[in-house]
Design a binder for this molecule. Structure first.
Ligand SMILES: Nc1ncnc2c1ncn2[C@@H]1O[C@H](COP(=O)(O)OP(=O)(O)OP(=O)(O)O)[C@@H](O)[C@H]1O
Length: 289
């Protein structure tokens, strides 16, 4: 591992980020740091400003106030330049090219890292072939890494939902980021897919890529993250380790008074329901399917 000194292990630093839309302040004076080797969670009720904050980090929005640096360099307010600088992201709503193959989707993600560029890749202009082999090799490596290699030639629109989300991650990784931002990576996933996503994110972290993730699934986020930051009405309410955040009264209150630590998860609820229905079918004779 590379040895790092003083503050150089800060990957992302957002300072005093504010985003106003007319009279509405969607994000107010938010500071957030992500260090190398970390997985940081960003949680908060609907409309808290999480996606808006992501958009400020990735150049989709120019914050009204504040500064965002990546490895001590101020990020330019243009999405492709942010990607080029080393920050990749996925979106809350899947944004793949549905009629391109899985492999082609990843190759498009590599365009910021090849001098031939996107149009050369899409139109196969001269010069593309030279770079193509190396790019394909790397894209196939990423498909292996995300468990999609067997589907490299499938059209992305034919993949099941969970695999489309994985492909989005593979495509983001194709730009060789140092920081990956994930906006609700498990939305719509079943429990097995969620568990696989968790393992994939740990593996990404283990490759030296820092991760900042927005999620509503508390069990997932508390298991995954080294630190969690809570946004409420555009402001940072609390930040700390999962233990600290889960125990914080203000966080519990912000989630409508529903404590999430120790609350039964879907699996436990299913087990209880199965046990209850088994009990009721044995007590109501002859009513088995
Ligand atoms: N482009 C925009 N123009 C005006 N208002 C916006 C815009 N984008 C977001 N907002 C408003 O900013 C606030 C924060 O929205 P945002 O989508 O960032 O919240 P969120 O925490 O990501 O919510 P969710 O968990 O539901 O995705 C909301 O009130 C939203 O309506």
């Amino acid at each position: 591992m590379t040895s790092m000194t003083t503050t150089t292990n800060t990957v992302l630093q957002a300072s005093g980020v504010t985003m106003r839309f007319g009279g509405l302040t969607a994000v107010r004076n938010v500071d957030l740091t992500v260090n190398s080797g970390e997985i940081v969670g960003l949680i908060g009720p609907n409309g808290a400003g999480k996606t808006t904050f992501f958009n400020c980090l990735t150049g989709l929005y120019v914050p009204t106030e504040g500064k965002v640096t990546y490895k001590d360099t101020v990020l330019p307010p243009k999405p492709h330049l942010v990607t080029q600088a080393g920050v990749a992201r996925t979106f809350q709503n899947i944004r793949l090219f549905p009629n391109m193959t899985v492999l082609e989707n990843v190759l498009v993600g590599r365009h910021t890292r090849t001098k031939e560029g996107l149009w050369s890749a899409l139109l196969r202009l001269p010069g593309f072939n030279k770079a193509e082999n190396a790019s394909r090799e790397r894209a196939m490596e990423l498909l292996e890494f995300t468990g999609l290699a067997a589907k490299a030639d499938h059209l992305s629109r034919n993949l099941p939902y969970g695999e489309q989300r994985k492909l989005e991650i593979a495509r983001a990784l194709a730009s060789e980021p140092g920081l990956l931002l994930l906006d609700e990576p498990t939305a719509g996933m079943n429990p097995q897919e969620t568990r696989a996503a968790e393992e994939l994110i740990f593996a990404i972290r283990d490759q030296g890529i820092a991760v900042l993730v927005i999620e509503h699934d508390m069990r997932f986020i508390m298991n995954l993250c080294d630190r969690v930051s809570v946004l409420v009405q555009g402001e940072k309410l609390v930040e700390g380790t999962p233990d600290i955040v889960q125990a914080d009264e203000r966080v519990i209150a912000a989630y409508l008074g529903t404590p999430f630590e120790g609350a039964p998860g879907e699996e436990e609820i299913a087990e209880v329901e199965a046990a209850e229905s088994a009990q009721s079918t044995t007590s109501t004779e002859g009513d088995t399917p």
